[in-house]
Design a protein around this ligand. Sequence first.
Ligand code: ACO
Length: 325
Amino acid sequence: LRKAGITGVGSYAPDNIVTNHDLEDMVDTSDEWIQSRTGIKERRVADESTATSDIAYQAAKKALNDAGIDAEELDLILVATITPDMPFPSTACILQDKLGAEDAAAFDLGAGCSGFVYGLSVATQFVQADTYDNILVIGAETLSKILDWEDRDTCVLFGDGAGAAIVQPVETGGVLSNVLGADGSGGELLRLPAGGSRQPACLDTVENNLHYIEMSGNAVFKFAVRIMGKAALKALKKADLEREDVDFFVPHQANTRIISAAAKRLKLNDDQIIINLDKYGNTSAASIPIALAEAVEAGEINKGDNIVLVGFGAGLTWAASVIEW
Ligand code: ACO
């Protein structure tokens, strides 16, 4: 089998910063509560005219540049998102047009916050099978558009952004293992109830606030703590590696308490954990690739490092990948 690796990364977030203090003016909350319960200090919020494909485009350009390839060379564009521009056409097709990636197939992938790692796994298979050489995988979200800004349980947690990776054949290292999982019985814990075929958009769904994220925070918290360590250990085993072999851990950026619990299970030191949720909040499918891109750009991750990506989210879903950088 050919080896597949990440050969370029890029990220983007809208300029507009909303701090916890800004939120204190909008809902009954406090900077102290948000920081102590989640680790979040601020998040980015897109303006009215900006959609997911717009921010995906910015991250994609950077990743293409980093990998040194042109959009015309892309064979496949995969956008992981729960906030597509619209139900159809797919955000990946909209992005394909914006990039001028004429030769690329394109589709969206819905796996909640695990979406990017799911996408990386799909891209890996296409490269290993010799089907494609140049794949763009993006996690991109404008979660601000599906938040009830009067609901303190959810609006303080999320933010907007995009992270992109170019996946290509590599000679050494690359993606060593992928683990994907799902538990649909937990779907009700985290969802956007209306706007699909079950409850099409109508006056009632709007009046009843059914077009916003609905979440049982506590249950999701417990699921996340349980699954992150488990998925990471399974991926390490598949890659024939031990916990001691891990150089960096790039977890889904939802909550520092969840990340700490997982890191403890993996016996990692603080300096091995990539965290940027203080700046962006939870950007769902975008969180892992943004964290990865920033760590690479900052020179933290270097050639030969073993890194573990782990996501969990709506579905419920989870996914882990081990990569030799
Ligand atoms: N400000 C102030 N108080 C608040 C706020 C707020 N923003 N939100 C909730 N509270 C209150 C609650 O009402 C509750 O009050 P009560 O005790 O009087 O009822 C109290 O704070 C404690 O609430 P808990 O829910 O017990 O707080 P917890 O410690 O569990 O933290 C949190 C809540 C941060 C949501 C946590 O459960 C969590 O992070 N869950 C995981 C969420 C997550 O990761 N979701 C994303 C998954 S990814 C995807 O696919 C989108």
